[in-house]
Design a binder for this molecule. Structure first.
Ligand code: HEM
Length: 316
């Protein structure tokens, strides 16, 4: 496992990955190199007592914790249509007592489309729009699919499930395995998802053809003006032997599940100049009580986000 991890790291660097994003999506100065389209939101979080038995994180103290959120569309096109069959993202920064931070950065597919950074890199290369058609070359996409079976589960999920009608009507999955450490220093492997209290709702095939390119951001701004929007965080408790370092493989469906808390989003606003714009939602920003696994995608994300953040913060 460790050997495969270091091999994957050798094959592509964070710089190469972000340069490839720029090649595939173009450079949009001052903006994120991935999940470029999005908006900011504000809210709060209250964790559960049950989760506190598994993790000593201040996230589960039961106290109200302020949250700065960002909702987004996967990919580096600022004008990606909201009907595109790509992932939607929810990124959360929890402001814990003592100036500590916890980040949770999720997408709305249960699994990721790459077991190694190299597969993700190859996907970026294969989906670069062709100069003559403005669309990915179907031959290159087919060749990628034939040689990267670790992409298949997510690609099939995205093909079969239309995107949500609202950022508020979507599940968001942590995807990676994390470790909860409790007050007795006992480690539990966990995975999680955020489930919308207003229910999951996807665009119909008809709406896929009729909806405009931009509706998700304004819809969330309008919805939160009428009242708060909530998600419950459900945590699956792992068993010894459950896959820890492959975000393309799901755990068996019968794993014990606990409710770890509730997120309440109270307002949403365009990202320009708002609180989420200058946050790097690096998923390895964690407070005591939650730790990463050796998942090669999870460990790669941190340096890649840093490269993108450093560029955009300089206006590049
Ligand atoms: C090799 C794998 C990955 C790479 C190279 C990558 C790269 C990036 C980069 C460069 C950004 C922009 C960072 C910034 O400028 O602030 C980003 C944003 C994001 N990524 Fe990833 N990512 C990967 C995997 C994932 C996975 C597995 C998830 C979900 C579990 C995810 C969810 C997101 C979300 C939601 C955002 C937007 C965060 C925000 O709103 O600021 N990414 N990613």
């Amino acid at each position: 496992m460790v050997a495969r991890h270091s091999l994957a790291q050798e094959q592509v660097t964070a710089d190469q990955m972000v340069t490839q994003m720029e090649d595939t999506y173009g450079v949009h100065p001052g903006q994120r190199r991935n999940h470029t389209k999005g908006l900011c939101a504000l809210g709060e979080w209250v964790g559960s007592k049950e989760a506190a038995t598994y993790s000593k994180s201040a996230l589960f103290s039961g106290k109200t914790i302020p949250v700065i959120a960002r909702f987004s569309n996967a990919g580096g096109f600022p004008d990606a249509p909201d009907t595109a069959k790509s992932a939607r993202g929810m990124a959360l920064e929890f402001k814990l007592p003592g100036n500590k931070l916890q980040h949770i950065t999720m997408i709305n597919t249960p699994m990721f489309g790459a077991a190694t950074p190299k597969t993700f890199f190859d996907l970026l290369v294969a989906t670069k729009p062709d100069a003559s058609t403005g669309k990915p070359d179907p031959k290159k996409v087919a060749a990628f699919k034939a040689t990267h079976p670790d992409n298949r589960a997510q690609a099939e999920f995205l093909e079969k499930n239309n995107p949500p009608v609202s950022y508020a009507n979507s599940d968001y999955f942590g995807i990676h395995t994390f470790k909860f450490i409790n007050a007795d220093n006992k480690t539990t492997l966990v995975r999680w998802k955020f489930v919308p209290q207003q229910g999951e709702k996807r665009l119909t095939d008809e709406q896929m053809k009729t909806m405009p390119a931009n509706f998700l951001a304004q819809e969330l701004i309008d919805r939160t003006k009428k009242g708060p929007v909530r998600w419950d965080m459900l945590v699956w408790i792992g068993q010894p032997g459950d896959p820890e370092d492959n975000p393309t493989v799901l755990w068996p469906a019968d794993r014990k599940q606990i409710k770890a808390g509730t997120l309440t989003i109270t307002s949403a606003m365009p990202q320009k100049g708002a609180a989420c714009e200058k946050i790097n939602y690096d998923p390895l920003v964690m407070a005591e009580g939650i730790e990463p696994t050796n998942d090669p995608i999870l460990t790669f994300r941190s340096p890649a986000y840093a490269v993108s953040f450093a560029k955009r913060i300089q206006g590049k």
